[in-house]
Design a protein around this ligand. Structure first.
Ligand SMILES: Cc1cc2nc3c(=O)[nH]c(=O)nc-3n(C[C@H](O)[C@H](O)[C@H](O)COP(=O)(O)OP(=O)(O)OC[C@H]3O[C@@H](n4cnc5c(N)ncnc54)[C@H](O)[C@@H]3O)c2cc1C
Length: 478
């Protein structure tokens, strides 16, 4: 009887989130034979199931709801009877997730990628140029199989950090529990004002919940330019969100009615806030334990995997992408682009490395935030002599049409040559508008060249044209 030949894949990817599935598809497009190992029975990872997609689905509902509530201002009468059907809001969100999960299954079939359901773990360094991944199916008693491949990509993603001594349940929530609430909370305390905390604050406020947003650092959305933080805090206060930064959390107690959160304010005053639920949004921990790293030369930096600029770890032939990588922001578009870069490198094709200051950050709050490059403070810290231009959305006609005047475009540029160093937008559709700034920075555009780039009228994009011109004190509409 002929002996069965074992498949040796060109690439095995562990983790089927946006990093992993994008790497797998791109590698297959280059003609590589690919296996994708995912521990759950559905591809898509945090992003599709409990992150980007469900939050933005809820955000869309929240925006529509706000328009409905303020319909009279738009000349639409008689909608005072409207009620929010929370079950249907949740159902729509779930249908979006299901549609895209099926879409990923289709893409795997289309690209002839072998998908393996099971928990993947490296079995050690490569032997004769071939790596082995142990794949365990089911629970710890599940069967073990082995996938062999010339190259490996680790894309195991991250999990929400919990405060020490607490566990997520029906009152103390992470992104997972908050996205599947069966009823709308009337009040919510949110601990942490990064993108995740700030987005949930915006969404649930639109749905009518009383929101308290607590931040330990001196300002909310602390990674953004200081003026952006100030503007978001101003608008949030106007929207009725209680924003408290510089706080020190003392404890969370569960009560019959909900939760009691004790903290001291920036001024040192002890406060207690009671609410239906508390959402803990204090960052995400990389999933790098129990995936066989100890058997390799891979280096960790506070739990994150260290790589070179091409995402290769210290173990030759083993790459890491996405939320597990040290020094890169935990964003879906970073994960997927790193996946594309690695696939190109493995296939021997042209690739461009992902660099930190070319990563756009988007926060889907209301108003939205889109930013790229250096903040004003970071540019000064790096020794740049800069010029700053700022253009308010109040001067943009499309913003008026949309009834959305809060916010501004802020451009940080090199004073001598006019190179654009950073663009920071808070306002309507900022997460879409930032795409132009990404291209401008990527192409090392100058303020002058952008001042002569045509922007259609009337568009929100014109606010960028005015923003660039504002660097030279020449905005037309302000
Ligand atoms: C509430 C929320 C909102 C967000 N919104 C945005 C947004 O709007 N835009 C944005 O860019 N980013 C957003 N993010 C961040 C984004 O979700 C992550 O950056 C992105 O999902 C990271 O992709 P990844 O492929 O590295 O990991 P993940 O998406 O976490 O996927 C990892 C996959 O690996 C699997 N896995 C783990 N270990 C193993 C193993 N040993 N064997 C097999 N499989 C394994 C997991 O089951 C999972 O499917 C959001 C995050 C949250 C929590």
């Amino acid at each position: 009887m002929a002996e069965a030949t074992e498949t040796i894949y060109d690439l095995a990817v562990i983790g089927g989130g946006p990093g992993g599935y994008t790497a797998a598809i791109r590698a297959a497009q280059y003609g590589l034979k690919v296996a994708l190992i995912e521990k759950t029975d559905r591809l898509g990872g945090t992003c599709l199931h409990v992150g980007c997609i469900p939050t933005k689905a809820l955000l869309f509902n929240a925006e529509v709801w706000e328009h409905v509530l303020h319909g009279a201002k738009l000349g639409i009468d008689g909608i005072g009877e409207a009620t929010l059907n929370w079950a249907n809001v949740q159902r729509r969100k779930n249908e979006i997730i299901i549609k895209h999960t099926k879409g990923l299954d289709f893409l795997m079939r289309k690209h002839k990628i072998t998908t393996v359901t099971g928990y993947g773990r490296l079995s050690g360094p490569a032997k004769d140029g071939v790596h082995t991944v142990e794949v365990q199916t089911g629970d710890t008693n599940g069967t073990m199989s082995f996938i062999r491949a010339k190259k490996i990509i680790l894309a195991t993603g991250s999990v929400a950090r919990m405060l020490p001594g607490y566990q997520a349940d029906d009152k103390i929530l992470t992104n997972i529990e908050v996205l599947s609430l069966e009823t709308m909370p009337k009040s919510l305390v949110i601990i942490g004002s990064g993108a995740v905390g700030s987005e949930f604050a915006s969404i649930f406020r639109s749905f009518g919940a009383e929101i308290t947003l607590l931040e330990a650092l001196p300002r909310i959305v602390p990674a953004e330019d200081e003026e952006i933080s100030r503007e978001l805090a101003r608008v949030y206060k106007k929207r009725g969100i209680t924003v408290l930064s510089g706080i020190k959390l003392e404890k969370i107690e569960k009560t019959d009615a909900g939760v009691k959160v004790s903290f001291s304010t920036a001024e040192g005053k002890a406060e207690i806030k009671e609410a239906d639920k508390v959402l803990v949004a204090v960052g995400r921990a990389p999933r790098t334990e129990n995936i066989g790293l100890e058997k390799t030369r891979i280096n960790l930096d506070r739990g994150f995997i260290s790589t070179d600029e091409w995402m290769e770890t210290a173990e030759p032939g083993v790459f890491a992408i996405g939320d597990i990588v040290a020094g890169l922001p935990q964003l879906a578009h970073v994960a997927s682009m790193c996946g594309m870069v690695v696939a190109a490198r493995i296939a021997g094709k042209y690739a461009r490395a992902v660099t930190r200051n070319r990563v756009p950050g988007c926060t889907y709050t209301q108003p939205q935030i889109g930013s790229i490059g250096l903040t004003e403070a970071a540019a000064k810290e790096k020794g740049h002599i800069i010029k700053v231009g700022k253009f308010p959305f109040a001067g943009n006609s499309k913003a008026t049409i949309l009834g959305s005047h809060d916010g501004f475009v802020k451009v940080v540029a090199d004073a001598k040559y006019g190179e654009i160093l950073g663009v920071h937008i808070i306002g309507p559709q900022a997460t879409e508008l930032i795409a132009e700034a990404v291209t401008a920075l990527d192409l090392e555009a100058t303020v002058e060249s952008m001042m002569f780039t045509l922007h259609a009228h009337p568009t929100l994009a014109e606010s960028l044209l005015d923003g660039f011109a504002a660097v030279e004190g020449m905005a037309i509409n302000a």
